[in-house]
Design a protein around this ligand. Structure first.
Ligand code: G3P
Length: 219
C-alpha cells in the first residue's frame, strides 16, 4: 500500500518524507490556496519545491475544464519535473485528456470521483490513479468506504491497471479500512499518518520500560 500526503505545505511534506514512509504527494487548487500560492510562476515554483523533497509522484491539478486547455496546462505541468502526475477532473473533456496523456506516456490522477461508473470510465481512458473522495461522500450520508470496495472489486474483475487512490481521508480508521479493502494508495493529511502511531498501551508500556531501566541503573 502506498502512502501519499494530501497537502501543499512543504514542512508537512518534509516531516512525512523524513519518516521514510512517504510514496508521493497530492495537491489540489484549494490546498495550494491554503498555502497562499497563486500566479503561474509561483504555482510552478511551489510544485518544483515539492518535487525536490520527495522521490516521485506529485499530483498537480489543472484548472482548465476544456480539452485543449487541459492538454496545454497538463503538458506545462509535466515539464516542471518528471515526478509530476497531472491531476484531471472527472468530466467528459477530462476523460478525453486522460486518454491523450496515456497515449503520450504522461501519468494522470483522475480526481473528484464519487461513483463506480466514473471509476470505470477513468480506467477505460487509462488513468494512472483514480481518486474517489471518501470523506465527502460520508459528509452527505453515502458510504465512501463502500465505494472503494466496489471499485477495487470491479478493477479486479477486468485487470484494470489504474490504481485506486483513496482520497478525502479524514481519520485513521478510514485509512485502516482502505488497507483492509485493498486500496492501492491512500492520500491523507499529516495528522492521519501520525495518528497511526498512537496507542495508549504503547505510551504506558514505554514509560514503564524507561522507569524500570532507570530504577535498575540507580541500584
Ligand atoms: O485532494 C483531494 C481530497 O483528498 C480532498 O479532501 O478533506 O477536502 O474532502 P477533503
Amino acid at each position: 500500500m502506498k502512502f501519499f500526503i494530501d497537502t501543499a505545505n512543504l514542512a508537512e511534506i518534509r516531516e512525512a518524507y523524513d519518516m521514510g514512509i512517504l510514496d508521493g504527494v497530492t495537491t489540489n487548487p484549494s490546498l495550494m490556496a491554503k498555502e497562499g500560492i497563486s500566479g503561474d510562476a509561483n504555482v510552478r515554483a511551489h510544485y518544483k519545491a515539492i518535487c525536490d523533497i520527495v522521490d516521485d509522484k506529485v499530483s498537480a491539478e489543472v484548472i482548465s475544464t476544456d480539452f485543449d486547455g487541459m492538454i496545454k496546462e497538463g503538458k506545462d505541468l509535466a515539464k516542471i519535473d518528471d515526478k509530476i502526475v497531472v491531476k484531471i477532473p472527472m468530466i467528459k473533456d477530462g476523460i478525453k485528456a486522460i486518454k491523450y496523456f496515456h497515449s503520450e506516456g504522461i501519468r494522470t490522477n483522475c480526481t473528484l470521483v464519487f461513483s463506480a461508473g466514473q471509476a470505470i470510465l477513468a480506467a477505460k481512458a487509462g488513468a494512472t490513479y483514480l481518486s474517489p473522495f471518501i470523506g465527502r461522500l460520508d459528509d452527505i450520508s453515502y458510504d465512501g468506504l463502500e465505494l472503494i470496495g466496489q471499485i477495487v472489486h470491479i478493477y479486479g474483475n477486468y485487470g484494470f491497471e489504474t490504481e485506486v487512490l483513496a482520497a478525502s481521508i479524514r481519520h485513521t480508521m478510514h485509512l485502516v479500512k482502505c488497507a483492509e479493502i485493498g486500496a492501492d494508495v491512500v492520500t491523507c493529511p499529516l495528522k492521519v499518518i501520525t495518528g497511526l502511531l498512537k496507542h495508549p498501551l504503547t505510551d504506558s508500556g514505554l514509560a514503564q520500560f524507561l522507569a524500570d531501566h532507570a530504577k535498575a541503573a540507580s541500584k
